[in-house]
Design a protein around this ligand. Structure first.
Ligand SMILES: NC(=O)N[C@@H](CC(=O)O)C(=O)O
Ligand SMILES: [Zn+2]
Ligand SMILES: [Zn+2]
Length: 351
């Protein structure tokens, strides 16, 4: 059996820099037409000039025949100026501004400490420029339980923000809870939407502890209990236009995951399409897969849908144990396991 689909896009991706960029870029570029590229580098991409330079770096690292299009983002700080948003819009290459609450996740230390107190003029300029705010939706208060940080963020920050600025376009990234699904469904369609990762559709928090501690299943926001996973599956398979894929593929070198203080982030670029397809198949919703993977994202961002096609073949394949590269290796999600759907770009390797 084969699924012929419009080329999907990835609306939340970490491409990193240097040899890690070189190692992971081909897997995203083979599977996805475009990707929203996250700005949490060291130092973070806080200006349009930096985003333009980073985009050039990515384009140089692409194979010459690739038509992959990186859509850049700016990293919001307490000091971002409204003028920077104007420059971002004028550049034509910046498609969103990313809110990392300071300390919430990998390389978020330069993020926002007080969105209401420090960022309002910038947010108003984003409304003016129709520039979406992309949100890592977790509070950072250490007294809030890890598993409640998304819910508390919705209650104390995102809900009020959306009320105050109803014209602001917002993407709540990598949603993990029933609370987030309900929140998104309660907002105005076309203004507030969410990205969904393969891991939050396919795994619950048991995957962190099954048979011993599993660092390669650790990401932020952390996996939640099964009922939350089921809500997210229902949301994406419902046919709603409010949800689209954002892999949050977030590679870290193996030794940075398997150590006494392991980094958050799951590398899933090579397996993401296979996992999305498997989740939709299990939910008997393969007829909804193309809209989720290929239409809802560009429609929300006001971009044309891709005209190219991909094929997913029902052909079990084994995920590599790791991807070696110059500085070490990267362990992918579901390393060594069998997946049911093989993307067309992998046929050659598996024939
Ligand atoms: N998701 C993660 O666990 N990690 C991401 C950052 C992020 O998206 O929060 C990373 O950059 O490693
Ligand atoms: Zn995040
Ligand atoms: Zn991310």
């Amino acid at each position: 059996m084969e699924l012929h689909l419009t080329q999907p896009d990835d609306w939340h991706l970490h491409l990193r820099e240097g040899d890690l960029l070189e190692a992971v870029l081909p897997y995203s570029a083979q599977n996805f037409g475009r990707a929203i590229v996250m700005p949490n580098l060291k130092p973070p991409i806080t200006t349009t000039a930096m985003a333009v330079a980073y985009r050039e770096t990515i384009l140089k690292a692409l194979s010459p025949d690739s038509s992959f299009n990186p859509l850049m983002t700016l990293y919001l700080t307490d000091n971002t100026s409204p003028n920077e948003i104007k420059l971002a819009r004028l550049s034509g290459v910046v498609f969103g501004v990313k809110l990392y609450p300071a300390g919430a996740t990998t390389n978020s230390q330069d993020g926002v400490t007080d969105i209401f107190g420090k960022c309002f003029p910038v947010l108003e300029q984003m409304v003016e420029q129709n520039m979406p705010l992309l949100v890592h939706g977790e509070v950072t208060d250490p007294s809030v339980d890890m598993f409640n940080r998304e819910k508390v963020f919705i209650e104390t920050i995102l809900g009020p923000l959306v009320q105050m600025l109803p014209e602001l376009r917002v993407v709540m990234e990598h949603i993990t809870t029933t609370d987030a699904v309900n929140f998104i469904n309660s907002c105005r369609e076309g203004y507030v939407a969410a990205t969904v990762t393969p891991q939050h559709l396919a795994l619950n928090r048991n995957a962190l502890f099954q048979g011993g501690l599993q660092p390669h299943n650790y990401c932020l926001p952390v996996l939640k209990r099964e009922a939350h996973r089921q809500s997210i599956v229902s949301a994406v398979t419902s046919g709603s236009k409010r949800f689209f894929p954002g892999t949050d593929s977030a590679p870290h070198e193996r030794n940075r995951k398997e150590c006494s203080c392991g980094c958050a982030g799951i590398y899933n670029a090579p397996v993401a399409l296979s996992i999305y397809a498997e989740v939709f198949e299990k939910a008997e919703a393969l007829d909804k897969l193309e809209a989720f993977l290929c239409f809802n994202g560009p429609d929300f961002y006001g971009l044309p849908r891709n005209s190219s096609k991909i094929v997913l073949k029902r052909c079990p394949w084994i995920v590599p144990q790791s991807y070696p590269y110059a500085s070490g290796e990267i362990v992918p999600m579901f390393a060594g396991q069998i997946l049911e759907w093989l993307p067309s770009n992998l046929y050659k390797e598996h024939l």
